[in-house]
Design a protein around this ligand. Structure first.
Ligand SMILES: Nc1nc2c(ncn2[C@@H]2O[C@H](COP(=O)(O)OP(=O)(O)OP(=O)(O)O)[C@@H](O)[C@H]2O)c(=O)[nH]1
Ligand SMILES: [Mg+2]
Length: 399
């Protein structure tokens, strides 16, 4: 279970291991985590569902290691497992691909290598079970020739393996600061930042929601001065300040109210717009939101939420956005809602996808959805930007 001191999973570097059945994925994970995280056996198909293990790796910080079922699994059940492996791949930031030395035909591995390289995710090619064969240079050369990358030659039973694999991940990992900072381009040290968090709307009792917690932490790391208020205290808070806030970050649900009260010199944005920058492509989302003005009563909209929570009474995805859209376009507008991993493969019937901020998803997963939508020519935006567009203030906020 997640411990209260640990980094949220969505901010951790996701390291996925991919290979055929019996290629040594689970054994390698156990040597990386120095624990029996995954079951290992000589029976092909031991790992079935992906295993997500949160760990701290020296030099990499908080990570999630993902063990997967072999991508060569067969039969009806096998196909379902490969589907889950593909889903794990979408969440992966760095892909480790195994080429085990106890086999001769690596055609499936090379198909996966190409898929990884096409996705632009960093690839670490690993020649596994090195203790079984004296000379692996033929395979090292083939990998170099076909993929233009060097490979690591490791045995799960060698003590140096953890160090070697960790160093390889450090060399290829995406820029950490770019992944983690939410407010980087908007604030400087000593800036006053006001957070507007209407607790009466849908905050879980006794807690703040994840985007608010993550933004607060990031502002503290940037040495900003934070003043947090619920929406009915904005006037009092502004009166109490000697200087106007450099930036106001609000829950998108009170955009119009905050916009009407904000001092001229203060910039305005929302938690979900900020998260869109970290988790997706904010410019792409803003462009897609402009489609809202062109929707007609016969258009079809898909609302996708990451959580599978029970709908709240004033739920933003299920109640508020559909109401705002129908008020503008007409009651016959078709709106479908999906949650969790139920994102349709065929998006072609939709004129617009409106995704939640994705605080429970990592960037790789959100980007894979955005890329899927793009490849089917379906515009995709998110909740916060949709509300800004529907309130007519998208042009006035900081993206
Ligand atoms: N000699 C040798 N055997 C290994 C090595 N790594 C794994 N094995 C053996 O290979 C077999 C399969 O290992 P696993 O780690 O379960 O392989 P897997 O890729 O997770 O397999 P699935 O879960 O079935 O997809 C086991 O019998 C392991 O002991 C290695 O580096 N050297
Ligand atoms: Mg396994």
């Amino acid at each position: 279970m997640a411990n209260l001191n640990s980094a949220p999973r969505s901010l951790r570097l996701h390291i996925g291991l991919f290979g055929t059945r019996n290629s040594g994925k689970s054994s390698l994970i156990n040597s990386l985590t120095k624990h029996s995280t995954s079951v290992v056996s000589p029976i092909a198909g031991t790992t079935t569902d992906p295993v997500y293990k949160s760990i701290e790796l020296y030099g990499l910080g908080p990570c999630v290691i993902i063990d997967t079922a072999g991508f060569d699994d067969e039969g009806e059940l096998g196909e379902l497992r490969v589907k889950k492996t593909n889903d794990a791949f979408k969440r992966t930031d760095v892909a480790l691909l195994l080429f085990p030395l106890d086999k001769k035909d690596f055609s499936k591995e090379f198909v996966w290598a190409k898929k990884i390289q096409d996705s632009k995710k960093p690839l670490v090619a690993i020649i596994s079970k090195a203790d079984l064969v004296e000379d692996s240079s033929f395979l090292e050369k083939k990998i170099k020739d076909e993929l233009k990358v060097s490979s690591l030659v490791v045995s799960a039973f060698d003590e140096k393996t953890q160090h070697k694999v960790r160093e390889a991940i450090i060399r290829v990992q995406p820029d950490r600061d770019a992944r983690l900072s939410i407010v980087d381009t908007l604030v400087e040290k000593d800036d006053i930042v006001m957070l507007v968090m209407p607790q009466q709307i849908n905050a879980p009792q006794g807690r703040l929601i994840l985007p608010q917690v993550q933004t607060t932490r990031d502002l503290l790391d940037h040495h900003c001065i934070i003043i947090s208020v619920s929406s009915d205290e904005i006037d009092n808070a502004l009166l109490a300040l000697k200087k106007e806030p450099k930036l106001i970050i609000t829950d998108s649900q009170c955009f119009p109210l905050v916009y009407s009260k904000k001092p001229k010199g203060s910039k305005l944005t929302s938690f979900s717009v900020l998260l869109a920058g970290v988790k997706g492509d904010v410019e792409e989302f803003a462009k897609a939101a402009s489609i809202i003005d062109r929707l007609t009563p016969s258009s079809k909209v898909l609302i996708a939420e990451a959580c599978t929570h029970a709908p709240l009474t004033e739920d933003i995805g299920r109640i508020q956005i559909p109401r705002l859209l129908r008020d503008k376009i007409g009651d016959s507008l078709q709106i479908d809602v999906v949650s969790g991993t139920d994102f349709p493969e065929d998006l072609s019937g939709y004129d617009l996808i409106i995704h939640c901020g994705g605080c429970m998803f990592n960037r790789s997963y959100m980007m894979s959805r955005l890329n899927e939508a793009k490849s089917q020519n379906t515009p995709m935006t998110n909740y916060g930007i949709t509300i800004a567009q529907l309130s007519g203030i998208l042009a006035m906020i900081e993206l």
